[in-house]
Design a protein around this ligand. Sequence first.
Ligand code: NAD
Length: 256
Amino acid sequence: MTPHSVTLDLGGRTALVTGAASGIGRACALRLAAAGAKVRAVDRDAEGLAALERAAPDAVETVRLDLTDLAAAEQAAAGVDVLVNNAGLQVVRPLEEFPPDAFRLVLTVMLEAPFRLIRGALPHMYGQEWGRVVNISSVHGLRASAYKAAYVAAKHGLEGLSKVTALEGAAHGVTSNCVSPAYVRTPLVERQIADQARLHGIPEERVVTDVMLTDSAVKRMVEPEEVAEAVAYLCAPQSSVITGSSLPLDGGWTAH
Ligand code: NAD
């Protein structure tokens, strides 16, 4: 079992994690379960959800849901104490070739669904004067990269949504923050290597060093468990004054 650096007791709390079937979302779900939370794991990937449930059978309740169903997304968030907006996808194309449908899909899943989930979660959080919203943004919520128009736009929007949630939630004991990693070792990154190679005109084996790690001073990918630990930190009682912030896990990328 991975050692945890944050002491966190979420016994009696419910935490909803979107995109929990894979990568960062799975790591967050398992971390919050280890803290004692009942985890409502939302994803459209039934197989990944089943695998997660096998890993933490007593703590995880799976909800198979496509987040483009915005009304269902809002409903799923009712009654949760912790909300982790994590689900996402990447489309890598130059602007003039960027399919408008793909642009809309990315904005729907990564910005509009988080808005609806927050909207669904806040009444219960406000009612009990406690809640934690953690939005998995990205270094691309703070910096742009070529060929990622929809993703960069969605993540910049998510950073703004998170700040507004922080301002409105403060009087009700609700914090909202972003965690903003550089490249994390997940299937989302593996899937974009071929596109990045083609668009940058380099072989696939050079994409990690020549594209993904060029702006990071720390020359390695982030691990999903490191992102999950940052989420745990933002849920801890000692973090109640941290709100409206964006915590970069970016190896120094935004120090440039
Ligand atoms: P991943 O592809 O491993 O997991 C994403 C999950 O989201 C999948 O399980 C997928 O099924 C789910 N999902 C996507 N669209 C959905 C929809 N319409 N309805 C329901 N579920 C849906 O990706 P990941 O790398 O773990 O990414 C998780 C989050 O972290 C994303 O928001 C991503 O932007 C962000 N992020 C990733 C990296 C990285 O380098 N991997 C870096 C910074 C931020």
